[in-house]
Design a protein around this ligand. Structure first.
Ligand SMILES: Nc1nc2c(c(=O)[nH]1)N=C([C@H](O)[C@H](O)COP(=O)(O)OP(=O)(O)OP(=O)(O)O)CN2
Ligand SMILES: [Zn+2]
Length: 136
């Protein structure tokens, strides 16, 4: 029997969607207002879900506090109130789209969680735009 626990988190960050190797005109055609050189911001909402067996002694799949601490260290402390393009090394050569941010977050958390657990990340960039990554 495998059960999923989830923890919600939040961070505020600025970004610009563009490629350094494209002209401004091409970036504008592909990324539109998201290519604003002055950047723009989002209030990102994150849900991290871990699936595993219930430990018969504790009744936990995983202590939610353990998961919350990982999210704080790997995501909130590194991304919150940051400019993703400028301040976060992961996006030095990676466009900070919601898709790429979700994959970066998944990889950071995956390293901190035992392989017996499945991991899913859902990242809301706006109230209506969200992406899901399960490491597949
Ligand atoms: N596949 C993706 N498409 C878009 C991404 C992305 O990360 N992946 N990102 C953006 C921009 O970041 C943009 O800032 C999104 O905001 P916006 O277009 O304003 O989205 P809203 O849903 O809030 O706007 P509505 O116009 O109300 O739909 C764009 N595309
Ligand atoms: Zn954006």
């Amino acid at each position: 029997m495998r059960v999923t626990i989830s923890r919600k988190a939040h961070f505020n960050a600025a970004h610009r969607l563009y490629r350094k190797d494209w002209s401004f005109e091409k970036n504008d055609a592909i990324f539109g207002k998201c290519n604003n050189p002055s950047f723009h911001g989002h209030n990102y909402d994150l849900t991290v879900s871990v699936t595993g067996a219930i430990d018969p002694e504790t009744g936990f799949v995983m202590d939610v506090k353990f998961l919350a601490d990982i999210i704080k260290e790997e995501v909130e402390d590194q991304f919150d109130h940051k400019n993703l393009n400028v301040d976060v090394a992961d996006f030095k050569d990676l466009n900070p789209t919601a898709e790429n941010i979700a994959v970066v977050i998944w990889n950071k958390i995956r390293k901190r969680i035992e392989a017996s657990f499945d991991l899913e990340v859902v990242l809301y960039e706006t109230a209506r735009n969200f992406v899901t990554y399960r490491g597949e």
